[in-house]
Design a protein around this ligand. Structure first.
Ligand SMILES: N[C@@H](CCC(=O)N[C@@H](CS)C(=O)NCC(=O)O)C(=O)O
Length: 219
């Protein structure tokens, strides 16, 4: 018995957020492969019927359709995390802070995510503008994570990893593919390492297991 169906594209960072959260919480799901590129299947009628916004991922839970990645992360956590720490929705301060970083992750999709699409698939957008926006976002994240280190904290919010960390992770981790290396961002590097260390962590092309990085370093 699977929990949901994911309309998926392997190279999509947003689809990866869902695969990563499901991996960490050990949630079983089905996938439907969507030919995002070069087929642009997500913009075809059968996909627009599911998601009029024409974006991936799309998640179905029985008859219910979710079309926003952050909402999908919330659904997985609320239904499959008995500890309640991955989405502390009812906490009067942590809940809103998680929401704030989920919104920030949407900005990352439109900055680092688009810069990556431009670099890798020659996506028809202003790549330089996307890269400039991504640098602004990376600096904001670096400042926040530096403050957190001085508070003795690892994660974006509170004392535990949350869906906010999962939502922000992919496009930051993938940003070197868009020419945005992490040399000037030590707090980000530390946080990326922490996310990669989570039990149940799964990879995507361009984002590896820590032991693969170590083997690379040894070689
Ligand atoms: N607000 C949406 C945005 C998702 C999104 O932008 N997905 C990208 C793929 S990673 C997409 O489908 N882009 C469609 C396009 O540019 O044609 C969400 O967070 O789920």
């Amino acid at each position: 018995m699977t929990a949901f169906t994911l309309y998926n594209y392997v190279l999509s960072g947003n689809c990866y957020k869902i695969r990563l959260m499901a991996g960490i919480l050990d949630v079983k799901y089905d996938t439907v492969a969507v030919d995002f590129y070069p087929g642009f299947e997500h913009r075809q009628n059968h996909m627009l019927a599911l998601n009029p916004a024409g974006t991936l991922p799309v998640m179905t839970i029985g008859e219910q359709v979710l079309t926003d990645t952050q909402a999908m992360l919330a659904w997985i956590a609320l239904n499959h995390d008995p500890s309640g720490t991955w989405y502390p929705a009812a906490d009067p301060m942590l809940g809103p802070l998680v929401q704030q970083w989920l919104a920030f992750s949407g900005r990352l999709t439109n900055s680092a995510g688009l810069a990556g699409l431009h670099s890798m698939l020659n996506w028809p957008i202003d790549g330089e503008a996307a890269r400039r926006a991504a640098i602004k976002d990376l600096r904001e994240l670096e400042l926040h994570l530096t403050d957190r280190v001085f508070e003795g904290k690892t994660w974006l919010v509170g004392d535990h990893p949350t869906i906010a960390d999962i939502a922000c992770f992919p496009y930051v981790a993938l940003s070197p593919d868009a020419g945005l290396d992490h040399d000037g961002y030590p707090a980000i590097r530390n946080w990326l390492y922490a996310v990669r260390s989570l039990p149940g962590f799964v990879t995507m092309p361009g984002i590896h297991h820590l032991h693969e990085l170590r083997e690379g370093a040894d070689g």
